[in-house]
Design a protein around this ligand. Sequence first.
Ligand code: 13P
Ligand code: SF4
Length: 331
Amino acid sequence: MDTLEEELSRKGFIEESIDPSLDLFEEIEKLKKEKNAIVLAHYYQEPDIQDIADYIGDSLGLSQEAAKTEADVIVFAGVHFMAETAKILSPEKTVLLPDLKAGCSLADSCPPHLFKKFKEKYPDHLVITYVNCTAELKAMSDIVCTSTNAVQIVQSLPKEQKIIFGPDKNLGAWVAKKTGRHLVLWNGACMVHEIFSREKITKLKERHPDAKFIAHPECEESVLQMADYIGSTTGLLNYSIKNEAKTFIVATESGIIHQMQKANPGKTFIPAPPNNNCACNDCPYMKRNTLEKLYLCLKNGLPEVTVAKNIIADARKPIERMLEISASLGL
Ligand code: 13P
Ligand code: SF4
């Protein structure tokens, strides 16, 4: 049994101090080998974490990687729902999250007990859930999707199929528009992608007339209407590489700009301005993870993300269905 101190430390209430003379990059590399561990990082993580990761990607890429890794330990440098997805796909592996409080406002906007009641109102509808939701919600779904494959997943279903889409109403509205299908939407949203100011973006575009404005589909429709390109984080990164423009205004979490700059040394990336003066296009959940916490979590094998067996059994099918559809489409 844990002592009180161990229990508090395990739950993240006590922060362990780290010898300041340690080179954390070296230490993390050593621990990865020792423990046969892999670090998977989302593009929204801080640059140091992206630089130490074995794989950096968007939600789809990360779940594909989690499904196929042969490592014994997955350190998920991302948020809780992503680590849960990795655990569901690889239940025999240990999945660690550097900070257990790295949640998600979008996942929180859809409490499973309320979604259950919502779903009951539409008994003849199929349920597609965006991967940014709890494992419990995935267990109530027919297919999971990410921003990379949401359009194709809806298109893969017969035209007459009635569909509930949750939890992100902005992504859902964009998918409905792209596919010409009616989707019953859950009223959820991401606090980071709803913060962009149409007025400030308009002014910025006037100052940079040759810049391309690129946006993630979690943004509101009024912002998406202004975009030259809309796509997942990987889609946005690829567009910044392929497009000849020299300047890009980027409406998504600011972490992606690290990879954009690395891939395009001669180009300029401007984070789209929020509607107030705070650093709101930093996701406060993603940014809870730090290199120090990542080191400690590898060293201590904690905190671990677990998912109940019955939830794993039900949530696995809709995630695997997504991976199968994506593979058949070469996504
Ligand atoms: P993607 O990784 O699918 O682009 O989603 C972005 C996001 O909000 C993750 O939390
Ligand atoms: Fe959730 Fe939004 Fe943060 Fe992504 S950016 S983890 S959707 S709060």
